[in-house]
Design a protein around this ligand. Structure first.
Ligand code: TYD
Ligand code: MG
Length: 495
């Protein structure tokens, strides 16, 4: 005690205590000492030493007297949230109708997926509509951003552009003149602020920079878009901590080899979270795709066993997409299970139900399942289509090309109803499909709809028997699976 008092008396200016801790670069959890694994998120080797000294020096913090503020009633005049349309209807669909004044939005995605392209297009359209729009690039030089705008034919748009990384400089520059309607920060990982000690790109820096920008947005009413890169497993690197601070998180996804891009709302305080926007990357930038089903079905491989069309719902919009399965005898002790675009545990469940209730033995087979077009499906309603594609591949029997499938499969093998049957059927009819395989219990809801012929199944066993019958009618069910069978063979088999 005495020693403390003595040492304190010798220091007349209280100093900010520098606190070094080990911060997980994935989730932001802080530890006193280094360890190999983050206990909070389970990631390995993500801890890095950072100076986590608070952004306000202790000397100021302790002397600052609390300011008084007015308390308000719940029934007060509701502040409406006026929205700014982006000029791209697919982007507006995902944000819930445009950017809300004073809101902060994080757009995440792999490097090279097209985030800067999307935002260059959107900001140009908004600036052309007469709004003050600012684009701050921390990754590219002004010339590079200009080059992209030129390629997109948007050089004439009055977007205010700068290549800057200091948050303080950005905030003071933007505090002058009219409040910008929208500010794009590309990307948040490149921003840094004087108020914290750690290096740019670290969790502490990213968090402090985001905090300063969010404060600016709330104070002035400008909307801010933060761009964030994601790691290969889909987490927004570093700024995962930012996800909790912002009003909305949009994720820009797509398979590298394909030109389709899907913008998905992961979190949205001002709109729905299950809505998707679909774009196509072309030589002239991103093109909006207003009818995704047509796009996803445009390269259908007709005449191949193992494919089934799923009538899905993404947000408020029905989307038809092809599921492709390949079931082949395995040469490995443990057969492979690989899935792209769908939940692997959902595939395991469907396989288990097929084994346990339908007598379909798959333990000696490798199983591959792929959602065509780079879409990622989250609905359990895809169970039935996945099962149909799997069995179709196993028995080497092509499914009818004019049929769509939807329905959830329970652990007991019962096909359960799913939401929005009429919307799914209407979309299928619009795209020229003739029949739908759907849950028995959804038949009532579907009656008189869309003019499709309905094949209602109440258990997976029924569906498996039907597909197996198609296979045996072709007479080669026991023959080794031949994946390159010609369409002529199928016609002979079916006739
Ligand atoms: P970019 O927007 O820079 O990606 P991000 O900001 O997410 O890192 O997009 C980069 C890719 O998009 C690049 O590989 C080139 C391609 N691209 C086109 O195909 N067409 C275009 O008109 C533009 C501008 C980019
Ligand atoms: Mg970029």
């Amino acid at each position: 005690m005495e020693r403390d008092a003595l040492s304190l008396s010798t220091i007349d200016v209280p100093m900010a205590k520098s606190t070094l801790s080990f911060v997980c670069q994935n989730c932001g959890a802080a530890y006193n000492r280094w360890q190999g694994k983050c206990e909070s998120c389970g990631e390995w080797n993500t801890l890095a030493e950072e100076d986590t000294t608070g952004s306000v020096p202790v000397s100021i913090r302790s002397k600052r007297k609390g300011r008084t503020f007015a308390l308000e009633s719940l029934s007060g005049k509701a502040q409406d949230a006026p929205r700014l349309s982006s000029g791209l209807s697919e982007l507006d669909r995902v944000t819930g109708g445009g950017f809300v004044r004073g809101s902060v939005l994080l757009v995440g995605g792999d490097p090279g997926i097209g985030k800067s392209t999307l935002l260059t297009q959107a900001t140009s359209l908004m600036a052309r509509a007469g709004h003050r729009i600012v684009y701050i690039s921390g990754e590219e030089a002004v010339a590079q951003v200009r080059l992209r705008a030129e390629r997109l034919g948007l050089s004439d748009a009055p977007v205010q552009l700068a290549a800057e990384t200091s948050v303080e400089d950005i905030v003071s520059t933007l505090s002058e003149g009219a409040v910008p309607r929208l500010i794009v920060i590309d990307s948040i990982q490149t921003m840094w602020t004087d108020t914290v000690e750690s290096a740019p790109g670290t969790v502490t820096q990213v968090r402090a920079s985001a905090q300063a920008l969010i404060r600016f947005a709330k104070k002035t009413g400008a909307a801010i878009i933060l761009v964030g890169h994601v790691t290969k497993d889909g987490q927004i690197a570093g700024p995962r901590v930012v996800e909790h601070m912002v009003d909305a998180v949009l994720s820009f996804e797509g398979e590298g080899s394909q030109q389709f891009r899907i913008l998905r709302a992961v979190k949205n305080r001002f709109g729905p979270t299950d809505e998707i926007g679909v774009f196509e990357m072309t030589g002239l930038g991103l093109r909006e795709v207003t009818n995704p089903s047509e796009l996803f079905l445009s390269e259908r491989d007709l005449g191949t066993p193992g494919t089934a069309v799923f009538a899905g719902i993404e947000g408020t919009r029905p989307v038809l997409v092809e599921l492709q399965a390949l079931v082949a005898p395995t040469s490995l002790g443990t057969p492979r299970r690989a899935v792209v675009g769908w939940d692997p545990s959902r595939l395991s469940m469907v396989l288990a139900v097929l084994e346990a209730h339908c007598g379909v033995k798959l333990s000696g087979h490798d199983v591959y399942l792929n959602v065509a077009g780079g879409l990622r499906i989250h609905e359990p309603a895809a169970d039935l289509a996945a099962a149909a594609a799997l069995v179709s591949s196993l028995v080497n029997a092509q499914l009818p090309t004019d049929a769509v499938y939807f329905g959830e499969i329970s652990l007991s093998g019962v096909v359960r109803p799913v939401a929005q049957t009429p919307a799914r059927l209407k979309e299928a009819a619009k795209l020229g499909f003739q029949r739908a395989v759907l849950p028995e219990s959804a038949r009532g809801e579907a009656s008189g709809d869309a003019g499709l012929s309905l094949n209602a199944v109440n258990s997976l066993t029924t569906l498996v028997a039907e597909i197996a019958a198609r296979g045996s009618r072709r007479g080669d069910q026991s023959a080794p699976a031949e994946k390159n069978a010609t369409p002529a063979r199928f016609r002979r088999g079916e006739g």
